[in-house]
Design a binder for this molecule. Structure first.
Ligand code: MIC
Ligand code: SF4
Length: 641
């Protein structure tokens, strides 16, 4: 039987496990990336492992999230990240160089290799045929130390693209259409591969928009073949030598297939507050808008911003709209500056901000109260922009630019969108990448006062009796669990402080209640923990004494983070039992240690109501051991004794 693209890469990197969907596979990881919001924790964990130098082929630490620096905290963390990278063999991308995913695609990604990153949008490099996955910081730390990365073997989905995009319709509209078809939980446990006659019409930056936002499907990753288009992109980046061809076998077998006719696609938008609440721009109509933000790891490439500049050229942004543009990388910004496109944007009234995540993660540029904000980003979760009442729509760069001029939702006029060709040579200057110290150098690692020890769980005991300290609904995101934004992101190295804000978007009293009740269990709906890879969404609950989360289903990365923290993820055998638990009920998991060790199910007694509820445990042997030890760090420590 033939293999899919992802199966070929998995086969080449398989350390242990069977390649049958659902069973755990251990993969050798060639490259890792971290960013500054998750990186401090990852390197603290790496240091705790006592390994002098990373064992990967390449590891890069990027600064792109926490660049507002309204206090000493971020600057201190940046210094720590720079010095820890230098000492342990990690390349360091200085602030100002750009967004990790854009940069990794431009400068480091290699077709056919494996990459994990402590950021959920790491699949961006799937745009050049890399098996690139988001992971918790601890899993990245383990991979840097030469350990395997473990995932349930995903099912394979094929999306066949035919036809050709019309002018004014772009790659963003393709992924929005996929989200409409599959929803934010439709990709859980799956890898999405793109194929079909239309591939030759999609450049690498366009492909990367699609694989980037595949994260919003909950997919393990998304991937394109490595073909002549990939080769041309790598050649233009001066890296043709790393190109290898890679495609699926003709008789490869897929578990699910979709087909999209690009010629029939119209400009789309994801409406508040979910990336899968997709409508056409025409359907939304001439809705008045207050803000437009263009950038993020989804849509900030040279090609995207050249189209934006062409739409803005010679015009003025509508007086009621604030237009903000953040180019994805120094390379993009330099090229726009060199060819005059930057001047077209500035003259039209665009507010140019640094090459970083910025407004995407609520780092500045929060919209006004009740404001309507059009963004070329990938997430529009409630409150993520920093304004709880704002309504964020996710659109393509073309729709964003045209709407910024009109002051209302507008499709871009195809007549004014130029054909922007892929440059034959991108402007290359890697002067903001700092190489690590030669092996054996004894350099100082600088730690600021913002860095506090992270919480550790205790080994699992036979019985756990706690109250339901929080009950939430479906599709809870990691932004609900551990909000980000300019006020909290600076404390990513200070879990005890962050924990005071855990779940406050859903229930302001939660942190206080958890402390008073001495911890507890959380009851969740389906797709619990979707979104970011931030392990803070597990560490903050751990800090507050959460011992188990009982949900209808879990998002992949968050489930792994819970297990790494020693918090037990349990699912309801019958989803209706969710209704038999209320906030404050006393719950007993008796015999949980034995169940975690070798059972796929267990029962929980609701002592408040007398109900006995059947729960399921879907765990690999390795995960059972991690939970028994009370988390991965405890297990590593026990093994090293
Ligand atoms: C995000 O887009 O939510 C982030 C911020 O990039 C996160 C990582 C983080 O929380 O630091 C992600 O996507 O994993
Ligand atoms: Fe940064 Fe936004 Fe991309 Fe996350 S989604 S990496 S915050 S640009």
């Amino acid at each position: 039987m033939g293999l899919t693209i992802a199966q070929k890469i998995i086969k080449n990197h398989l350390i242990a496990g069977e390649m049958t969907a659902g069973s755990e596979v251990s993969l050798r990881i060639d490259q890792t990336l971290t960013q500054d919001a998750t990186g401090t924790m990852a390197y603290l964990q790496f240091e705790a492992m006592d390994i002098p130098r990373v064992k990967t082929e390449l590891s890069v630490s990027y600064i792109d999230h926490n660049t507002l620096q309204s206090g000493f905290e971020n600057a201190d963390d940046h210094k720590y990240l720079q010095t820890v990278a230098y000492t342990h063999g990690v390349y360091f991308s200085r602030p100002g160089n750009g967004i990790c995913h854009q940069l990794h695609l431009e400068r480091f990604g290699v077709p056919g290799k494996t990459l994990i990153g402590s950021d959920s949008h790491t699949p961006t490099c799937g745009g050049i045929g890399m098996l690139a996955m988001g992971a918790g910081g601890l899993d990245v730390a383990v991979a840097m130390g030469g350990g395997a990365y473990n995932i349930p073997m995903p099912k394979m989905v094929r999306i066949n693209l035919r036809g050709k995009l019309s002018k004014g319709v772009s790659a963003k509209d393709i992924i929005l259409e996929v989200l409409r078809l599959m929803t934010v939980k439709g990709g859980v446990g799956k890898i999405v591969e793109y194929s079909g006659e239309a591939l030759s019409t999609l450049t690498v930056p366009e492909r990367a928009t699609i694989t980037n936002m595949g994260a919003e499907l909950g997919a393990t990753t998304s991937i394109f073949p490595s073909d002549d288009v990939t080769r041309a992109f790598l050649a233009a980046q001066g890296r043709e030598d790393v190109w290898t061809p890679l495609c699926s076998d003709e008789d490869a077998v897929y578990d699910e297939e979709y087909s999209i006719d690009l010629s029939a696609l119209r400009p789309l938008a994801a409406c508040p507050h979910s990336p899968d609440a997709v409508k056409s721009v025409a359907e939304i109509g001439a809705l008045k808008i207050d803000q437009v933000c263009i950038g993020s790891c989804t849509n900030s490439s040279y090609l995207d911003l050249m189209k934006v500049a062409a739409i803005l050229k010679g015009k003025t942004v509508h007086p009621n709209v604030s237009l903000v543009i953040a180019p994805g990388s120094k390379q993009v910004l330099s090229m726009l500056a060199q060819n005059g496109a930057l001047a077209d944007m500035v003259n039209a009234g665009a507010r140019i901000i640094e090459c970083a995540c910025g407004p995407c993660i609520g780092m500045g540029q929060s919209p006004k109260s009740e404001g309507v904000s059009l963004r070329t980003f990938n997430r529009n979760f409630e409150g993520r922009s920093g304004t709880q009442s704002a309504k964020v729509y996710l659109v393509s760069p073309e729709t964003a630019a045209a709407s910024a001029l009109a002051g209302v939702f507008t499709e871009a006029d195809p007549a004014i969108i130029p054909d922007i060709a892929m440059p034959e040579h991108f402007y290359i200057n890697d002067n903001l990448i700092v190489a690590p110290a030669p092996d054996g150098t004894d350099a100082e690692i600088v730690r600021g006062p913002n860095i506090k020890p992270f919480p550790l769980n205790v080994p699992l005991t036979e019985n756990l009796s706690y109250k339901a300290v929080l009950k939430v609904g479906d599709n809870i995101t990691t932004d609900h669990i551990m909000p980000a934004g300019s006020k909290l992101l600076p404390y990513r190295s200070n879990v005890p402080y962050m924990a005071n804000f855990c779940f406050t978007r859903c229930d302001e009293q939660f942190p206080e209640r958890a402390k008073q009740w001495g911890g507890g269990f959380i009851i969740g709906g389906s797709n619990y923990g979707q979104g970011s890879s931030r392990e803070h969404a597990a560490l903050a609950p751990l800090q507050l004494g959460i011992r188990a989360v009982i949900a209808k289903s879990f998002a992949r990365i968050h489930k792994a983070n819970l297990i790494n923290s020693g918090i037990i993820p349990l699912t309801f055998a019958n989803e209706e039992d969710y209704d038999r638990i209320s906030l404050g009920d006393s719950l007993e998991l008796s015999g949980i240690l034995s169940s975690v060790k070798d059972n796929d199910s267990c029962t929980m007694t609701n002592s408040t109501t007398g109900d006995v509820i059947k729960l399921e445990l879907s765990l690999s042997e390795r995960e059972r051991a991690v939970l028994t030890h009370g988390g991965l760090i405890n297990m590593i420590k026990a093994m090293n004794k």
